[in-house]
Design a protein around this ligand. Sequence first.
Ligand code: ADP
Length: 601
Amino acid sequence: MDLLVELPRLRPRLVILTLALIALTGVPVAIYLITRAPATPPIAFSEFLHHVERERVTQVTFQERHLQVTLKDGQVLKTVPPPEFLAANAAFVTDMVKRNIRVDATALPDPNELNYPAIVTGLAFFGLICFTVYRTTAGRIPSMSGRTRVAVRGDNVVTFQDVAGVDEAKDEVKEIVDFLREPERFSSLGGRIPKGVLLVGPPGTGKTLLARSIAGEAGVPFLFASGSDFVEMYAGVGASRVRRLFKEARRHPSCIVFIDELDAVGRSRGGSSLSHEEREQTLNQLLVEMDGFETQRGIVVIAATNRQDILDPALLRPGRFDRHVTVGNPDIKGREAILGVHARKITMAPVVDLRSIARGTPGFSGADLANLVNEAALLAGRAGRATVTNSDLQEARDKVMMGVERRSVVLSEMDRANCAYHEAGHAVIAALLPNADPLHKVTIIPRGRAMGVTMQLPEADRHTYTKSYLETQIAVLMGGRVAEEIFMNHMTSGASNDIERATDIAQHMVCEFGMSPLGPLAFRKPGNAFEADKHHTVSEATAQRVDEEIRTLVMNAYDHATWIINKNKAAVRLMAEQLLEQESLDAAEIKDILARSNARI
Ligand code: ADP
C-alpha cells in the first residue's frame, strides 16, 4: 500500500478537549465552594458585648465590615458593629486587650493582587467559546486544518501496469516519467518539460490512478489535494493551503503534486460574492505558485477535471496547465484489460470469459469495472465458493447496472401483476423493433428504486445515435405505460421515470440534434443557465413550437407502441404470466416466448 501521511495538523481530539474544559471550569469552582467559609448569620452586637462581659471571648478579628469573634469553646461567630461605634469608642479595643482577648485585623484585599481562580475561570470560558465557534464552523478555522496528503513509496506502489484501457493517455504521460527519473538529461538539453498536466475526463476513469502511477513509475513522492479542500468560507484560507501544498512540494527534489477536481477552485473568475473573492484569491495563489518554480526542478503539477470548459483561461496558458490529456471511458478492449487488472487481485475460476463481460458493460468506467469485480468476489465469498465464476461476474454486473435486488419488498398481487405487464410491454416492443438494443433480461424483482427492470445491452459501444434509434428508445419506454392501459385498464405512477427519460430524449432530439421539422438549430433548454450562454435564444413563438415538436415525438412513439402491443397481445400476456411465475426471464426465454406466441410487427 502507498502510505498516506497526513501533514501535521492541529486537529482537536474532541473528547480530551471537552474533558479539559470541564476540568478547567469545574476545578476552580469546586475549590471555591470547598474553601469558602460557611455562611453563619451574624449575631447581635449586644450579644457580642455580652460575651465580652462574661469573659467568654478569646479572639476578635476586625474584618472589612464585620468582626469575627472566637469564643473559648471554639465557636466562631460574626457580628456587625453599629456605624461609627469603633470611632467613638477607641477605648473599647484597649479594654478588650486588657481582658486578655487577642485583637487583630485582616488586611483589605489588594486591588492589584491577581485573582487566580477568576483568571482560570475566565480563560476556561474563553476556551469554551473558541471551541463552540470551532464546532459550528465545522473546524474550518484557518490554522486548524490542512488536507494535503503525501503518499510516499510503500511496498504497493501503483505503476502503469495497474492502469489499463487508457493507452493513449499513458503514452502521453510517459515522457513525464522519463523527465522525473532523469531531470538532468532534459535540462542539459535546454528542453522545457510541462509544469502542469491537465487530465480531462468523466469521474471514475482512472485520472487519480494515472497520476499516482506516474509517481510510482518515477519513484517520486505523490502529494494529493482536492480542489474542494481549497474552497473555504474564510477569505485567505484556500490560498494559504495552496501555499502550504507547494511549500511541502519544494521540500522534495522531485515530486508529483496532484490536484483533484481542479474546477472547484479553477472556475472562470468574475462575480462579486464573497465566495467568489475567496476562490479568486485561491486561484491567484495557485497561478503564482505555478509560475514560481523553475521547470528545471522536478516538480510536476497534475490536475484532474471533467469540466475543462469552465476553467479559467489563465490556468490553461503556457507554463501552467498547458498539456491536456483526455482520459475517456474505456472501449470494449479497454474494459477487458481493466477487468484483467482487477481480476489479478482475486482468485478467478480458470474459465472466466472477461471478454463477454466487457461486451456486456458498455458505458462502464474503470471505477465501475473495479466495483464489478469486487462485487463478484463478495458474491462468491457469500456463497462459500473458493473462486469467482462467470456467473458471479454476470450477477455483479446486473447488480452494478440495475441496483441491488430488494427481495424483501413485498408487493401486493395487484402491484406484481401491474409490474409484470409493464415490463412485458417494454420487452415486447424492444424485441420487435429492429433498431432496438437486444434484450438481456427482464425481471419483476424490485431493484434499487425500480419495481422491475427490462435490461437491454447494445452489441457494440455507441458513440452516435441515429434518429430511428432514438425514436425506438422512446417507443420502448412508452411500452410499459401502454401495456398497463391495455391489460390493466388504468395508469399508474410507476411509469414516471420512463416518461421523464422519454421526454428528455425527445428534448435532446429537438433542441440539440436538429432532428425535428424545426431544422438543424440549437435551442436553449429552459431553465439551464449555463447552456443559455451558448445556445441561441428563441422567441416566444419558437419556444411554443419546440414544445409542440417534443410532444409530437413522444406521442408518435406512444401511438407506435400502442399499435405494436395491440397487435401482439398474446405475446405480452404470455410474457407477463411467465414473469409472475418465475420473476426473471433471460434473453433465450424471451425469444422462446415470442416464438411461441408468434409475435411480429
Ligand atoms: P478518477 O480520478 O478519474 O475519478 P480514479 O482514479 O479515482 O478515477 O478511479 C477509481 C478506481 O477505479 C481506481 O482506484 C481503480 O481501482 C479503478 N480504475 C479506474 N480507471 C481504471 C483503469 N483505467 N485501470 C484500472 N483501474 C481503474
